[in-house]
Design a protein around this ligand. Structure first.
Ligand SMILES: NC(=O)c1ccc[n+]([C@@H]2O[C@H](COP(=O)([O-])OP(=O)(O)OC[C@H]3O[C@@H](n4cnc5c(N)ncnc54)[C@H](OP(=O)(O)O)[C@@H]3O)[C@@H](O)[C@H]2O)c1
Length: 324
């Protein structure tokens, strides 16, 4: 097998495409022949030792991938050789093969595309947990999605629409806004040009969005929170812009609003039954055509450095795939 090996977590430039012995699955594991892996924001952080989880060295990065089960370890019941699967974790995906704990591997429903499976659970799982579970989004409410052209943002636009909400998508260029309208957004705001507060007032008759989905943080956060509707819910998803915002608490009081933290990884670990129910709903929406990952481009697994460069410089709309 081959894998992108990280021996020194100082950035993507230290990764090497390395020949390794093909591993046999330990008890409780399966070996997957990797079809495709997608890039998620934490993959940028992991190879710089900036992510909250720091894998022991050396490691193979790649948090989300799809493929076919090739070998099954002792004690694994729900998977067999030949099964088409998707999996999420922290490492392993940027390779031709990977051994993974079977508990983290999902068999795919019939008709689920293997490319889509490499770009689904992380982003759609996060956005479903955020909007449906944590924000209890209701049909007819208005959702503002910041970073709406990104991975989790594009999933949030589709999920909010599937839940019957009106979606205002914010992104940093006209091209990204056009992409968001293609995903189903009702209104877009170009945050590279427009004043966010004014645009939100105009789009909501002064009422403000009921729910704000924020994977970006930085300077947009306070403007978005100041715009939120009475009884609004502000979903703290991530800080792609870098700085972690600080808010005056009186803003929450004045709007009767909630700041709601979202940590999908821990939700999966702590509430496996609720996670499975959410994935079942998402698989159903996928089968009905209500959600489908927007694939920005498909690169060869060998082009990992290019994929990292594009994501790091905000040039991706939706998801980037790396294919074997
Ligand atoms: N809480 C959770 O459970 C959870 C789960 C998954 C992901 N996340 C977090 O969500 C965030 C987004 O992840 P993602 O995979 O969707 O990433 P992504 O595809 O790269 O999208 C991030 C978006 O953030 C915006 N952005 C603004 N400033 C940026 C900067 N300096 N660098 C990069 N992007 C910037 C970009 O949109 P514009 O150019 O339009 O501004 C970009 O499209 C990350 O912080 C990630 O860790 C959290």
């Amino acid at each position: 097998m081959h894998a992108w090996l990280c021996e020194n977590p100082i950035g993507v430039e230290s990764l090497r495409w390395t020949a390794l012995p093909t591993p046999e699955p330990a008890p409780g594991q399966v070996r997957i022949k990797v079809h495709a892996a997608s890039l998620n924001f934490p993959d940028l952080l992991t190879v710089q030792a900036k992510y909250q989880v720091k894998p022991p060295l050396p490691f193979v990065p790649g948090s989300e991938f799809s493929g076919v089960v090739e070998a099954v370890g002792e004690g694994v019941r729900h998977l067999g050789v030949g099964d088409r699967v998707g999996t999420i974790g922290v490492t392993g995906g940027f390779a031709t093969h990977a051994c993974v704990d079977a508990a983290a591997v999902m068999p795919l429903p019939a008709g689920f595309d293997l490319d889509d499976a490499a770009a689904f659970a992380f982003t759609y799982g996060t956005s479903h947990h955020a909007l449906v579970d944590r924000a209890a989004l209701r049909a007819g409410e208005t959702v503002l999605v910041l970073g709406a052209a990104g991975g989790v943002g594009s999933a949030a636009v589709q999920i909010a629409k599937a839940a019957g909400a009106r979606v205002i998508a914010a992104a940093s260029s006209d091209a990204k806004c056009a992409f968001c309208r293609g995903l189903g957004a009702d209104v877009t705001v170009n945050t590279g040009r427009d004043n966010l507060r004014e645009a939100l007032k105009a789009a909501t008759d002064g009422k403000g969005p009921d729910v704000v989905y924020d994977p970006v943080g930085g300077e947009l956060a306070e403007a978005a929170f100041r715009s939120i509707a009475w009884r609004g819910r502000y979903l703290v998803i991530g800080f792609a812009a870098g700085p972690i915002p600080a808010l005056p608490w009186n803003l929450a009081l004045l709007k009767g609003a909630s700041i709601v933290g979202v940590f999908w990884g821990d939700f999966v670990r702590r509430e496996p039954k609720a996670f499975r129910a959410a994935m079942a709903e998402l698989f159903g929406w996928y089968a009905q055509g209500k959600v489908k990952p927007a694939i920005d481009s498909r690169l060869a697994m060998a082009d990992l450095a290019e994929a990292y460069a594009r994501m790091g410089s905000r040039r991706v709309c939706g998801k980037l795939l790396l294919l074997n």
